[in-house]
Design a binder for this molecule. Structure first.
Ligand SMILES: [Fe+2]
Length: 272
């Protein structure tokens, strides 16, 4: 079972598996279409450390269920790596034949909760593994909402009986953009459903905070992380890095920060 401090696997780690294995407790792997690519990327790690699968395009919040071929592909990947769990975003990116390369916030309504929960339950049943859902960044909130973002997430987790992939950087950005109290958000989320954290550096462009996945996790994000490790069941932290990175070594500073926090507050610290 994945726990401790992990990183999102990136192609830039090629040839560095020894270094990766020395510093991380588990890997998060972004779902790829070809099982052969998955094998190529992960062979040095399988059987060495746990792997969790991060899915990007099932669009579980769409009215229509995910395409069969994508469900089959993720099932094959999860089985190949014996994934501790599979995560997906609490959002949608597809309507009929139109698909966008972005995560769109769901309306915070009972109808949305019904739809997304049904798709999460079906995915869990198909995979035979836990499914956890990630809070996304969003620049707008649909009108006529019935719930706050936190209350909406809580209701989905309970209705679908699933866990939360809590992206702490996304929480920071959303609470700043939309002017809500992040601790009120955290206290609304059921503590026993927080399974995994995402942490990443962000950028500010023209006064806008952008979830750019750079290095240098913000001190505010680390502060929220301390609270989460202290008050929830979460036992797995993950660094997401997609910008300004040439090799795994670029993650070492952030990894050390996370390791220090995990050791200080972790429920079951892993000795490396
Ligand atoms: Fe994330």
């Amino acid at each position: 079972m994945a726990r401790g401090v992990g990183v999102g696997f990136r192609p830039e780690f090629a040839g560095q598996s020894e270094q990766v294995l020395k510093h991380v407790d588990f890997l998060e792997y972004n779902q790829r279409r070809s099982l052969e690519m998955v094998r190529q990327d992960l062979t040095p790690y399988l059987g060495q450390i746990p792997v969790v699968i991060h899915s990007l395009n099932l669009s579980l919040g769409s009215v229509q269920p995910p395409p069969e071929h994508r469900l089959e592909a993720i099932k094959r990947t999860a089985d190949l790596v014996d994934a501790s769990w599979v995560s997906e975003h609490l959002s949608y990116c597809r309507h009929d034949d139109i698909e966008v390369d972005n995560f769109i916030a769901l309306p915070y309504t009972d109808e949305s909760i019904e739809i997304v929960s049904r798709h999460i339950i079906n995915l869990k049943n198909l995979l035979g593994r836990p499914v956890i859902m990630e809070n996304i960044t969003h620049s707008f909130v649909w009108p006529d909402k019935q719930y706050s973002e936190a209350e909406f997430i809580k209701r989905v987790l309970e209705k679908a009986d699933c866990g939360l992939l809590l992206d702490v950087t996304n929480l920071y950005l959303n609470s700043t953009t939309h002017g809500y109290d992040p601790y009120e958000f955290l206290q609304t989320i059921p503590a026993d459903r927080v399974v995994q954290l995402h942490l990443a550096g962000h950028s500010e462009v023209d006064g806008q905070m952008v979830d750019s996945h750079v290095g240098g996790i913000d001190a505010t994000v680390l502060g929220y992380t301390e609270w989460i490790l202290k008050h929830t069941a979460c036992d797995a932290m993950t660094i997401e890095r997609d910008s300004e990175m040439s090799s795994f070594d670029d993650l070492l500073d952030d990894l050390q920060l996370c390791r220090e926090l995990y050791t200080k507050y972790g429920k079951s610290p892993i000795s490396k």
